[in-house]
Design a protein around this ligand. Sequence first.
Ligand SMILES: Cc1cc2nc3c(=O)[nH]c(=O)nc-3n(C[C@H](O)[C@H](O)[C@H](O)COP(=O)(O)OP(=O)(O)OC[C@H]3O[C@@H](n4cnc5c(N)ncnc54)[C@H](O)[C@@H]3O)c2cc1C
Length: 460
Amino acid sequence: MSDYDVDLFVIGGGSGGVRAARIAAQHGARVMLAEEYRLGGTCVIRGCVPKKLLVYASRFRGEFEDAAGYGWTLQHAAFDWPTLIANKDREIARLEAAYKATLERADVAIIKTRATLVDAHTVQLANGDRVRAGYVLIATGGAPSYGDAIPGLEHAISSNEAFHLSELPRRVVIQGGGYIAVEFAGIFAGLGSHVTLVYRGENILRGFDDDVRQHVRMDMEKHGIKVLTGCKVAAIEQAGGHFSVRLSSGNHVAADRVMFAVGRSPNIAGLGLERAHVEVAKNGGIAVDEYSRTSIHNVYAVGDVTNRINLTPVAIREGHAFADTVFGAKPTVVDHTNVPTAVFSDPEIGTVGLTEAQARAQLPQTDIYKAMFKPLKATLSGRDTTVLLKLVVDGMNDQVVGCHVVGEGAAEMAQIAAIAVKMGATKADFDATMALHPTTAEELVTMRQKTASYARAAAE
Ligand SMILES: Cc1cc2nc3c(=O)[nH]c(=O)nc-3n(C[C@H](O)[C@H](O)[C@H](O)COP(=O)(O)OP(=O)(O)OC[C@H]3O[C@@H](n4cnc5c(N)ncnc54)[C@H](O)[C@@H]3O)c2cc1C
């Protein structure tokens, strides 16, 4: 490898790239990493972390409302958006510095520049300099997409800009039905905005369990979020100091901000993939094998740019596995099954494993256990809400293959339930586990009655 300037060149300093760079360096590789924006990538700078901070901020409203039933009288509670954003920015800057320090401690050379491929072993920096590398790791992540061009699209913002608005919009229209759209609907509504969520499909949160989708929509609507499905934004017209959003249904909605969260695309434009003969898969991401190796033997890709499962822990695992495989003499394949996931919406979702629809399509026999009830906290507060807990069980061997929760603490529950599901726990194992009372999660081990049982329909 001494013919090269470095053993590994990592393009992109986000979740996957940073982990891969650090572990490869710890395995003894000479590593250089290029980041064109800010170290930490989407998750730290404009994804998971700042989003969760805004989610926390938005939830105080409900807490303040609930407090009255518990005897509290609150003086006038006021919210200040600039304070929240400034505090959030300070925390993000701290994290960014921590990422930089970690890489420096591992002896990774960091360069703040865009990098592109000239060929499979040559990376070009924005100033024209070239670096020769034994291996190249592409970890450039993804970026918001806006869908079809419509009149006035230039007025729409994405989640990137939503984190930096100078003021809280009084009225927001959000187009999209995925987790980012639904989370921002909850954030803005919780902070006091009037929110209209517009989604072209039949129901929001495609890919999640149908009971979950229905339950979340119902609760969002109870909390004042207007959910319009089966239509889309047709035009955004400027009307004085605000926007008039024309929908495909012909209706107009007034808004101070219009946000599009209609999906994200892998960051591959202008990367020089064709020059290096790196192939792109049908899903728009870089095509890789189970070791994250591309069509070229010394070029690898991890994280959102491969468009497999676009979550931070997955990108981190893929980056780590790559470094162990190539520089640690420990070939490692990442298991992409039973990845738990959450939506920090209002109400929150936590889920792992198969949905009911997936199980019924894949398994000869599917059993469903379901509970829906008013949580204890809502009794005194009087909040009009219910939680949903659902287990999807393989009827042939009693294995719990899916766990879905909607309500407070759902994400935390899903992380723990994921261990059991990953280990192959059966419904009998769940039943044998003592309940922890009084909690919402105890229902996961006390649901005795099947709600439904389905045999797979014979193939036509
Ligand atoms: C609003 C939002 C909320 C999210 N919430 C969650 C969540 O709650 N939980 C979760 O698990 N995931 C969440 N995600 C997804 C998560 O952020 C991504 O899956 C994760 O960041 C992917 O990591 P990555 O390393 O593949 O890419 P990224 O983190 O996107 O990093 C890629 C980096 O490469 C840089 N780059 C791109 N091209 C170049 C180039 N040519 N040269 C140099 N640098 C380049 C970019 O600037 C970027 O810093 C969220 C995403 C968004 C947008």
